[in-house]
Design a protein. Structure first.
Length: 255
């Protein structure tokens, strides 16, 4: 069944557009300017947003387009002479959607179960990240998204203050992990990255589904369409730009 999207701009459009801009910034640095760490620092801030939205979503449907997109990106990696493992982020999303409900049931029984599962996911991140991008940390942020979307129900079993601590711990864990895989950062870059993740955390904690109608959002219609295209075609844009960037790299650097 085809999902009917609002004609007006939504908060989803804006959040996904922000994540998309950050993601492309990161990939420009990764593919073309690997020594320019500022691009990577800015771009890395998109990762918690994507996984948060997987948890925030009402559905856990695994669509055919998700499988096809993941396969195309994997094939492009092989053509470019890169390793197929870890599997790209689309396969991580598939895994999260497949197991999300089981983890939700386990996590939000009590404060103790949430804390225990956090440490399990934290220690599983490093080995699982060898198999699929971001590993178990993706589920960590998906649970954050689920808690925000279902706050009224979840807070009956886990106090809101502990949910805040969980969200902060997830962001801090991601900060530490990125510090391990991006060791060549300056103090200024590390501070900017930390501040950026704090801003992202606040945005995600306060995120709500909103449709901006009439005069609620004073932006030219052309810009609204751009935001909507970015927010509603993220899968296609991700697949297309990764394949394009790899083809350009093959052309520029055939060796």
């Amino acid at each position: 069944m085809t999902k009917t999207l609002p004609r007006d701009l939504t908060s989803y459009d804006l959040l996904k557009a922000l994540a998309l801009v950050l993601m492309i910034t990161d990939h420009v640095g990764h593919f073309f300017y690997p020594d320019e760490m500022w691009l990577r620092i800015m771009g890395r801030m998109c990762v918690p947003i994507w996984f948060f939205l997987i948890g925030f979503a009402r559905t856990t449907e695994i669509t055919r387009s998700l499988w096809i997109g993941g396969a195309l990106v994997a094939v492009s990696a092989l053509i470019a002479g890169q390793y197929i493992l870890p599997l790209n982020i689309l396969f991580t999303i598939i895994i999260i959607r497949l197991f999300r409900e089981r983890f939700v049931i386990a996590a939000f029984r009590s404060m103790d179960t949430l804390r225990g599962l956090f440490f399990i996911l934290f220690f599983l991140t490093f080995p699982t990240a060898l198999l699929f991008e971001y590993g178990a940390m993706g589920m960590m942020f998906a649970l954050f998204g689920y808690a925000v979307r279902n706050m009224e129900d979840v807070s009956k079993r886990v106090d809101v203050i502990y949910l805040r601590i969980y969200a902060a711990a997830a962001l801090f864990s991601y900060y530490l992990w990125q510090g391990v895989i991006m060791p060549h950062v300056s103090i200024d870059q590390a501070l900017v990255f930390a501040a950026g993740l704090v801003v992202v955390g606040v945005i995600l904690w306060r995120f709500k589904p909103v449709v901006y109608t009439g005069g609620e959002f004073f932006v030219a219609r052309s810009f609204i369409r751009i935001f909507q295209f970015m927010g509603r075609r993220t899968l296609e844009i991700y697949v297309a730009h990764v394949i394009l960037f790899r083809l350009v790299c093959i052309y520029l650097y055939p060796e």
